[in-house]
Design a protein around this ligand. Structure first.
Ligand code: LMR
Length: 329
């Protein structure tokens, strides 16, 4: 019948356009700010390898680690302008980029370990948070762990008194700024890519980093004291632009999506191991002293940071905070 011929024609057109679209070369530039030998760097490498293997070379993934292409100050703008296709900013960087719900991840002592983090990021709460990114023209594709932050300085930071007057580099996050002020320190917002130089030149005195970042940035040569405060979490959201995502054929999107899921699982498996390895290396670094806190010292720090957690806990929204705390269990 006529109807059947029309349907058949439409089906052929769809198959034809899909096949045509699949034949188009795709370039996916993935820019990030850390070294290759970190959970994010390794995840990116795995993602690239999987896409190249499965896409037969037609989908090319170009990796730009170490702020080579874009840095903290311009990467989100670059994504909006189509000058890069994929980013993995730390969760701390989304709050000031117009998605304040992400500030919840910066609350001091919210998580005790990565298992607790994953109950949030890998469940319904995490999915909801990724959906909020649409408001800022981003499509959230998943979460990745780095680990917990430790404080470094030219002295051991045993109790809150030791922070007084220190200029501490922080990421662009209201919570992290307030956290440093609560300790009597002065927060200085700097892009990650400028942190090493700022520490070397004395523009800032101290920093907070997960161990793999501290190690791979060579900070042990600049900051002789590392205090294991474990006071906050650092992880990432993988994002792309909805326009780029929509430009992919359905098959390409599925290929990229699956490769990314596998690469994220790989990075998340690696996170703890890289943290442990960095700890072992740092403990053997002659120029560095690593300090564990005693129970009373830990409690004093926690006590000083409690108002920050309480204050921002209210501002991220009672509902979200309750959902996160419920997921943590
Ligand atoms: C930082 O700015 O300290 C981190 O977000 C860097 C990173 O991407 O791990």
């Amino acid at each position: 019948s006529m109807r059947r011929r029309m349907l058949l024609g439409a089906a052929c057109a769809v198959v034809g356009s899909a096949a045509l679209a699949d034949a188009q070369p795709v370039l996916l530039r993935f820019s990030h700010v850390v070294a290759p030998d970190t959970p994010k760097g390794q995840m990116a490498l795995r993602f690239q390898a999987l896409v190249h293997e499965r896409g037969g070379g037609r989908i090319r993934v170009e990796l730009y680690p170490d702020s080579q292409l874009w840095g903290d100050d311009d990467e989100m703008e670059a994504l909006r302008l189509g000058a890069v296709e994929m980013l993995a900013p730390s969760l701390s960087k989304f709050g000031m980029a117009g998605v304040p719900e992400f500030e919840v991840f910066d609350l001091p002592y919210l998580f005790a370990d990565l298992a607790q983090v994953r109950r949030v990021t890998q469940g319904a709460v995490g999915r909801g948070l990724l959906e909020r990114l649409a408001r800022q023209q981003m499509r959230g594709l998943g979460f990745l762990d780095n680990g917990f932050k430790q404080m470094s300085a030219r002295r051991a930071l045993r109790t809150p008194d030791y922070y007084r007057g220190l200029r501490v580099r922080v990421q662009a996050s209201r919570v992290l700024g307030e956290q440093m002020r609560a300790l009597g320190a002065q927060p200085v917002v700097l892009p990650f890519g400028e942190t090493q130089r700022a520490l070397a030149s004395g523009v800032v005195d101290a920093a907070e980093n997960p161990l793999s970042n501290f190690l791979t940035q060579g900070l042990a040569a600049l900051q002789p004291h590392l205090t294991l405060t474990q006071h906050g979490y650092l992880g990432y959201a993988l994002v792309t632009h909805p326009r780029f995502w929509a430009s992919l054929s359905r098959n390409d999107r599925a290929l990229v999506d699956e490769a990314l899921d596998e690469a994220l699982a790989h990075g998340n498996r690696l996170a703890e191991a890289l943290d442990r390895q960095a700890m072992a290396t740092l403990r053997q670094t002659p120029s560095l002293q690593v300090h564990a806190l005693g129970a009373a010292e830990r409690e004093a720090l926690r006590h000083h940071l409690r108002p920050v957690a309480d204050g921002f806990g209210r501002s991220v929204g009672a509902g979200l905070l309750r959902d996160v705390q419920r997921a943590v269990g």
